[in-house]
Design a protein around this ligand. Structure first.
Ligand SMILES: O=c1[nH]cc([C@@H]2O[C@H](COP(=O)(O)O)[C@@H](O)[C@H]2O)c(=O)[nH]1
Ligand SMILES: [Mg+2]
Length: 232
């Protein structure tokens, strides 16, 4: 049987909405701010900001809802609300099993999140052992080398270059939930497994190398990675 996917050697993981169930918490915090102005955080705006850096998200929301505040003020309010909420972030189904499996099989893995370093620390409060499996973390909103956020390829190219053996992008597999993140991975010349929210349209899934309902459905052997051990 011919495999339509190319073998890879390294994996890069998005965090929000992919490894951690934080997108619903962002929606909650955003809606609380918009409530003050009688506005509703709608899916079309939400999906357009998913994966962007903090400043870009704040600018987009202030513009979309014509809020009478600066992006800095918006970002400050979002941070105040999310700092509390995100300590309770839960792992997405299949995330821990996949990360532990890749790590146990010595497949180099890295985190490539648009979130800033401080927020990443808060989000991993209850999952430190799992997030320590990564060779390194790239935190887009605070990393001086990451100039442009997703959908630009910068974050994934920088994440790849920080592995000791500096793999070619074509040998890296990205895991993403957001259309902006999928575009970033493709622009970086990488294959990308997309695990989208149910509301992401067919059109927005186009281009992804593989689309899955859950990380639990991922078959490492599709990409030349060691398969999960069979039970029994
Ligand atoms: O409704 C929202 N979704 C997502 C974000 C943003 O999502 C990023 C998470 O990125 P990633 O999925 O690359 O880990 C955070 O920096 C945050 O700014 C947000 O602010 N609001
Ligand atoms: Mg994400």
């Amino acid at each position: 049987m011919c495999n339509k996917f190319k073998n890879v050697t390294h994996c890069l993981f998005d965090m929000d909405g992919l490894l951690l169930d934080t997108e619903k918490l962002y929606s909650q915090a955003t809606q609380e701010i918009l409530d003050l102005y009688g506005k509703t955080y709608t899916w079309d705006v939400k999906v357009s900001v998913m994966g962007l850096q903090t400043q870009q998200v704040a600018e987009a929301i202030v513009a979309a809802y014509k809020l009478p505040i600066s992006w800095e003020e918006y970002a400050q309010r979002q941070r105040e609300r999310t700092e509390f909420l995100m300590t309770e972030a839960e792992l997405m189904p299949g995330a821990e099993r996949l990360l532990r499996h890749l790590h146990a099989n010595k497949i180099p893995i890295a985190l490539a999140t648009s979130s800033g370093e401080h927020m990443v620390e808060i989000k991993v409060t209850h999952h430190r052992d799992v997030f320590e499996l990564f060779h390194h973390r790239v935190c887009g909103s605070t990393d001086p080398e990451v100039k442009a956020g997703k959908p630009s390829p910068d974050i994934f190219l920088i994440a790849a270059s920080r592995f000791l053996d500096k793999p070619d992008p074509s040998n890296c597999l990205v895991f993403e939930d957001a259309p902006n993140g999928v575009q970033a991975a493709l622009s970086a010349g990488m294959q990308v497994v997309m695990v989208p929210d149910k509301l992401v349209t067919e059109e927005m899934r186009k281009g992804a190398t593989q689309v899955l309902k859950s990380l639990d459905d991922f078959r490492p052997e599709d990409f030349g990675l060691p398969p999960f051990p069979t039970i029994g």
